[in-house]
Design a protein around this ligand. Structure first.
Ligand code: HEM
Length: 404
């Protein structure tokens, strides 16, 4: 199919592309692996190139001027905080300092301790819909699970999750390619309220420290501790945002993919030991983040790839979703194979900014997806066609009505 597509006609805003990007990715990889568009910058689509750039120090994430000024002029201090101080927009040495303050809390051993709690949360969410009626799997499980998990790490009341969820949706809605300027006002308002919430949380934990992640971060703000208040607030906002949309996508599109591949779903039901490679394959097959971090990578010097020179001052967009379907990296990439081995996918990025929450995101899916399949052995989709969120950066279902 990609043989007929003319990349000069590729439009990342086209609803048809957003609903099914894979044929266009194929055309980009084949005909224009380093592709320029005025509205988004350089678009890099092959696995080897995306991986190389993620590991290349000549590409940084801090937005340079005059872009920085343009963004700052259009946004409030709260949204600016996220763009200036959060990990995804920091380069070394600041990135190293901030990340090291929080990385211990996301280590494999610390996250493993959350398994029972994630398991209990999934059981509870499934109990509420286990009455034989059709239900929306996004609303019932995929949406609440990630926020409930992160809120419990932060020691935030469960009751706050839907508020946090709606701020997250508003803030990430603006972070599109091309940038969704019409959603900026909503993003700005949400960021302002979200920041006020985080400021209050910080003040409260300063007074009453507990055994939670916020208290640990507050402890990092003492002199010599390494972080300042703005950095902690930006980190809290990022954790809630980054851990939410992505895991929601993994659980819901993961189930959707399995319902479209009943043979693979049966394999997983029959062999629970398959779960680790299964979740990685689902991450490869339908990557929650289709494009690496919203701000893009910025070359610090001219860099030439496939005869094309990317100059400083223009952002470079890395298509993770395309890289993970690259036939030069994977045999039969369009085939779902839950026992697939081979090159580790790029769904969590690579290098310096490799996803801080990868172990947590995978744990949630490793628990939730088998539980959903086991609880409902005859699960099918209750609708013929699913709707995808009209986004280029996030691959996410707007809902998933299922029949138990
Ligand atoms: C399935 C779930 C997830 C996916 C697919 C995912 C994907 C990613 C990707 C691709 C990046 C790198 C972006 C880049 O290099 O530009 C990233 C970074 C990040 N992720 Fe995740 N993520 C997931 C879950 C989580 C969770 C659960 C958390 C935390 C609660 C989290 C927190 C972060 C943070 C803080 C960063 C920035 C790291 C840095 O810049 O050093 N993510 N994620």
């Amino acid at each position: 199919m990609s043989a007929q597509l003319d990349v000069s006609r590729w439009d990342p805003s086209d609803p048809a592309f957003r609903a099914d990007p894979y044929a266009w990715y194929g055309a980009l990889r084949r005909d224009s692996p380093v592709h320029y568009r005025e509205d988004v910058g350089w678009v890099v689509s092959r696995f080897d190139d995306v991986e190389a750039i993620l590991r290349d120090d000549r590409f940084q994430v801090a937005t340079p001027s005059p872009w920085r000024e343009a963004v700052a002029a259009a946004t409030s201090p709260a949204l600016g905080l996220l763009g200036e101080h959060s990990l995804l927009f920091l380069d070394a040495p600041d990135h190293t300092r901030v990340r090291s303050a929080v990385s211990g809390s996301f280590s494999r051993s610390r996250i493993a301790r959350l398994r029972d709690q994630v398991s209990a949360t999934v059981d509870h969410l499934l109990d509420q819909v286990d009455d034989g009626e059709d239900f929306d799997l996004v609303k019932a499980v995929a949406e609440p699970l990630p926020t409930l998990t992160v809120t419990s790490m932060l020691g935030v009341p469960d009751a706050d999750w839907s508020q946090l969820h709606s701020w997250t949706v508003d803030i990430t809605g603006f972070d599109e390619l091309p940038i969704a300027w019409d959603k900026l006002a909503a993003a700005d308002a949400a960021a302002t309220e979200f920041k006020a919430y985080c400021d209050e949380l910080l003040a409260e934990r300063r007074q009453h420290p507990g055994d939670d992640l916020v208290s640990a971060l507050v402890a990092s703000t003492v002199p010599g501790g390494g972080l300042d208040d703005d950095e902690v607030v930006a980190l809290l906002m990022l954790l809630l945002i980054a851990g939410h949309d992505t895991t929601l996508s993994l659980v819901s599109s993961g189930i959707n993919v399995l319902l479209e591949h009943p043979g693979e779903a049966e394999r997983l039901r029959a062999d629970p030991g398959l779960v680790v490679s299964a979740i990685d394959e689902l991450l490869r097959f339908e990557s929650p983040l289709q494009v690496a971090s919203g701000g893009g990578r910025w070359p610090t010097e001219p860099v030439t790839m496939h005869g094309i020179t990317m100059e400083p001052g223009t952002p470079v967009r890395l298509l993770l979703g395309s890289a993970n379907r690259d036939p030069d990296a994977y045999e039969a990439p369009e085939v779902l194979d839950l026992s697939r081995q081979g090159r580790p996918h790029l769904a969590f990025g690579r290098g310096t900014h490799f996803c801080l929450g990868s172990v947590l995101g995978k744990l949630e899916a490793q628990v939730a997806i088998p539980k959903i399949l086991d609880r409902f052995p005859h699960l099918t989709r209750a609708v013929e066609k699913v709707e995808w969120r009209p986004s280029f950066t996030v691959r996410q279902l707007t809902g998933l009505m299922v029949r138990p």
